[in-house]
Design a protein around this ligand. Structure first.
Ligand SMILES: Cc1cc2nc3c(=O)[nH]c(=O)nc-3n(C[C@H](O)[C@H](O)[C@H](O)COP(=O)(O)OP(=O)(O)OC[C@H]3O[C@@H](n4cnc5c(N)ncnc54)[C@H](O)[C@@H]3O)c2cc1C
Length: 322
């Protein structure tokens, strides 16, 4: 069985940053990723533009050059692939971590879909993009209800309901409307989200004002049917004809994985995993958290730009203990 100082679960930007830091510290490490390299970014909408400027997405001191200050998804994929190649990171792709068992005070056994490993330390960098927040309404399991949005062409000339008012929802509403979809947004609150990219916000507000994109504010979907959707609005129940529902209401970390590792979660509704703010170590000795997984349900708290520092914090703590 292969034995490591550091076993990193997740090959997203922060998992890669942890690998780079471990390599720099001459630690024996491996990154295991269940999908392709930077799998979450690969699954973002094809035309997506980051809200961060490219230098804030850099890891391992490798410069990120992009055509415009804010890079697009394709440029980010190019960048992280180049980083992984340039640094010759030790990474296994398309291999999912299924369980972790403590063997003794200093050793964990990790079981994946392909093999077993032994490691002294584990870094959980599994992000939050794998599990969507559900609407919990009847009909949500119909194939026309999607929790991920990729390309607008698919929705041309269709009646589309976009649920939510955050960046993802606003991008999807504008893009599909521009490709000929008839778009209605269903928004729980009374405005478009405050954190919507500053250069996109006026666009969506003006499209709503002019009536090109319809918006039901203070409203919730109550049921999805084959051809219609029921919406509770301040003026009562409304039923709209509908072909597709894009329920872009957010995502959350894999709490089952965290619980299986016996990591304590905060008792409140955010369910933040608890960790030492200086070392990122959890209540389980040798198990660390890195990246956006740390936020629990509060997925707007951490991004690539403010969580890439976790890598150095964790590796310097591990180094101290060896
Ligand atoms: C649409 C969108 C736009 C965003 N824009 C920005 C932005 O502009 N700037 C910014 O800083 N942040 C942005 N973010 C937030 C941030 O980019 C992402 O959340 C980022 O991917 C976080 O990096 P991470 O490495 O922590 O997690 P992720 O990139 O999600 O990586 C986690 C990885 O772990 C893998 N994994 C999960 N479970 C397992 C398992 N059991 N075994 C093996 N592998 C596993 C996943 O496949 C995934 O590849 C955006 C997020 C979204 C959704």
């Amino acid at each position: 069985m292969s034995r490591y100082d550091v076993f990193i679960i997740g090959g997203g930007p922060i998992g890669l940053a942890c690998g780079i830091a471990a390599q720099k510290a001459n630690l024996n490490y491996i990154i295991v990723e269940k999908g392709c390299l930077v799998n979450s970014l690969y699954n973002y909408p094809v035309n997506m533009t980051f809200f961060s400027t490219s230098e804030r997405l850099e890891i391992g001191n490798v410069p990120f050059m992009s055509l415009n200050p804010k890079p697009k998804r394709a440029e980010a994929l190019e960048y992280y692939r180049r980083v992984a190649k340039d640094k010759q990171l030790n990474i296994h792709l398309f291999e999912k971590v299924e369980s972790v068992q403590r063997i003794d005070d200093k050793t964990y056994e990790i079981r994946t879909t392909k093999q077993n490993y032994i490691s002294t330390n584990i870094i959980v960098a599994t992000g939050f993009y794998d599990i969507p927040q559900l609407l919990h309404v009847p009909g949500e399991d119909l194939p026309k209800v999607k929790h991920y949005y990729d390309d607008p062409h698919y929705y041309a000339f269709q009646k589309v309901i976009v649920v939510g008012a955050s960046n993802s929802s606003v991008d999807a509403a504008l893009e599909t409307w521009r490709k000929g979809a008839e778009v209605t947004m269903v928004i729980r609150k009374d405005t478009i989200g405050k954190s919507v990219k500053y250069w996109v916000k006026p666009d969506i507000e003006n499209r709503i004002k002019e009536g090109s994109i319809k918006a039901c504010f203070n409203s919730n979907i109550t049921a999805v049917h084959e051809r219609t959707v029921d919406i509770q609005t301040p003026d009562g129940m409304v039923t709209l004809e509908n072909d597709f529902v894009l329920a872009l209401t957010g995502y959350h970390p894999d709490f089952n994985l965290l619980k299986s590792l016996h990591i304590t979660l905060s008792g409140d509704e955010k369910q933040c995993p608890l960790y030492d703010g200086e070392t990122m170590e959890t209540n389980q000795r040798g198990i660390y958290l890195a990246g956006v997984v740390c936020g629990g349900f509060d997925t707007h708290k951490l991004f690539i730009e403010n969580s890439r520092v976790h890598a150095e914090m964790i590796i310097s703590d591990i180094k101290k203990k060896i």
